[in-house]
Design a protein around this ligand. Structure first.
Ligand SMILES: [Zn+2]
Length: 300
């Protein structure tokens, strides 16, 4: 297997054993451009989706099950953005945003998270089929950024002291998004079930200060490999370990054969109702912005 490039389209796990801390760092460049190329979003939405995707990569890289899936979904009742969905499966990322273009144009070039979402919720789902574990947590979309919302997800929903930083930039080569997630885990990476986590454990503020000192342009610098960045942040620690890096790609599961097989499971009369004026059943993939036309007679 070729060595994984640690500069871009990659997630890297980091642990600081003596401080009971684990971390994940991720950066996406070409993968982000590939996701964005499926849509024609204004820059504000491209930036938001970049943040959400790199956050999804960080969350996905926490999964122990290689067949596991992480889904991040932000939903509002009446926000400029009414739906944002990203997911991660085996290193594959995809995402889309549904928004009101007219209201967005009125909101100016740098709307706050609240202006974009209004009253909204962030749901994070971890699905690990190998161990039959499914976990979903939901937090209000509050604070100034998606990073802050993710941080409160871990603190409120999972009771794990956490720090999340996300940054997105547009350079000469295209969009690039980077992020890090550090957490206090007294029982280590594998751990026992937590009965209690001391939120004021003295090791945690130390790690949070070091991890929190990361600059946006370090997170988004494609010339700075993630292991070098970890070293830059934690070089005074006795021991910093890196885990096996995870290569990231853009991927979707909407292949026409699969779509056909799903439609074929519907009763004949229901299939008839799905047929449009052109005599075809059309199934859309919002992640890819494509519509699959399926002739009814292909299903019988
Ligand atoms: Zn698709």
């Amino acid at each position: 297997m070729p060595a994984i490039n640690l500069s871009t389209d990659v997630a890297l796990g980091v642990t600081i054993p003596a401080r009971h801390a684990r971390g994940r760092m991720a950066r996406i460049g070409p993968v982000l451009d590939e996701v964005l190329a499926k849509h024609a979003y204004p820059p504000v939405i491209e930036r938001l989706l970049g943040e959400a995707l790199v956050l999804t990569a960080l969350l996905g890289s926490l999964l122990k099950d290689p067949t596991g899936q992480t889904t991040l979904q932000a939903q509002t009742e009446n926000g400029i953005v009414d739906l944002l969905v990203c997911d991660y499966l085996g290193g594959e990322l995809r995402g889309y945003v549904r928004h009101d273009a007219e209201r967005l144009a009125e909101a100016g070039p740098q709307p706050s998270l609240f202006a974009l979402f209004g009253k909204g919720y962030l749901a994070i789902t971890f699905d690990q089929p190998a161990t039959d574990e499914r976990y979903q947590g939901i937090v209000p979309l509050e604070g100034d950024s998606l990073a802050e919302a993710a941080q409160s997800y871990f603190t409120q929903s999972e009771q794990i002291p956490s720090l999340v930083r996300l940054a997105v930039a547009k350079g000469e080569l295209g969009w690039i998004a980077g992020g890090l997630l550090f957490q206090h885990l007294p029982e280590g990476e594998e751990g026992r079930d937590r009965l209690h986590t001391r939120l004021d454990h003295p090791d945690w503020p130390h790690v949070a200060v070091l991890a929190g000192s990361v600059k946006d342009d370090e997170l988004t610098d494609p010339a700075l490999p993630l292991d070098d960045l970890a070293w830059r942040l934690f070089h005074d620690e006795d021991e910093v370990r890196t885990l096996e890096p995870l290569g990231l790609t853009r991927g979707c599961r909407c292949d026409p054969d699969y779509v056909r097989s799903v439609i074929a499971r519907f009763p004949v009369d229901e299939r008839q109702q799905m047929v449009g004026d052109d005599g075809l059943i059309r199934v859309d993939c919002a992640f890819c912005s494509v519509s699959f036309p399926i002739p009814l007679d292909e299903l019988i």
